[in-house]
Design a protein around this ligand. Structure first.
Ligand code: SF4
Length: 228
């Protein structure tokens, strides 16, 4: 039976996208956390500084992300040490064609990497999934959804729909839902956040900053109540 260590060996050795003709830098970047990991953070794909440092959200986008998480009460070192951080695609996709930022992984690359993401979710079985940025958000939410509609809200998958822990079907979740469930409930919370990269102007708009503060307040409640 597959365990996380075996999965991580497979992920690090994987060359599927390269073999399919995509000019990625092979070598999956993720942060496995420790034994009692109960939060899974899913980003888009690593950037070049993440490849150098061998850890997700290493540079500028990491500073903003960990500022948000810090306001929710998670110290960066403790979060990195304890919780699981991964991405929709796990290898650096290279620069975008227009030279502005990194290339967004294609649908084909997302599909090639999807079995790894599903196995990560099955093995970690997180209580809280943090979706960071549009690509991760689209794992659960409709493609046309706007950040303004969902940042500051949560979805809750009750235990009865997690008999198999890989469930992306928002129709089976309560959404949007305020945090009222008891910590004894074994369900899963899903909270979306915008991408914290400086290339995204969305977080700088005052109305959107208020939504981010709402998301941080929600995360603080979840962290305390579920002892995350
Ligand atoms: S992005 Fe995923 S599927 Fe593609 S080579 Fe890297 S680990 Fe493999």
């Amino acid at each position: 039976m597959m365990n996380l260590n075996h999965l991580h060996e497979e992920m690090r050795a994987c060359r599927r996208c390269l073999e399919a003709g995509y000019d990625i830098a092979p070598g999956a970047i993720f942060s496995p956390g420790s034994e009692n990991r109960r939060v899974m953070l899913i980003g888009q794909a690593p950037g070049v500084t993440e490849v150098d440092a061998r850890r997700p959200f290493n540079a500028g986008s990491g500073r903003r992300l960990f500022q948000w998480l810090g306001e929710a009460g998670w110290d960066e070192g403790a979060f990195r040490g304890r919780h699981y951080m991964t991405a929709v695609t796990k290898c650096y996709p290279g620069k975008s064609g227009n030279g502005k930022g990194d290339r967004v992984p294609s649908k084909a690359e997302q599909a090639l990497c999807r079995p790894f993401l599903e196995q990560e979710i099955a093995l970690v079985n997180p209580r809280l999934i943090l979706l960071v940025g549009g690509l991760a958000i689209k794992l659960f939410y409709p493609a046309a959804v706007r950040l303004e509609e969902i940042v500051g809200t949560a979805a809750y998958f009750p235990p009865e729909v997690l008999a198999h822990p890989v469930n992306f079907d928002l129709a089976q979740a309560k959404w949007p839902v305020p945090f009222t469930e008891s910590k004894e409930e074994r369900g899963r919370w899903v909270v979306p956040l915008p991408h914290p990269s400086g290339a995204s102007l969305w977080p700088n708009q005052p109305a959107n900053q208020a939504l981010i503060q709402q998301a941080i307040a929600l995360l603080r409640q979840l962290r305390l109540a579920l002892e995350l």
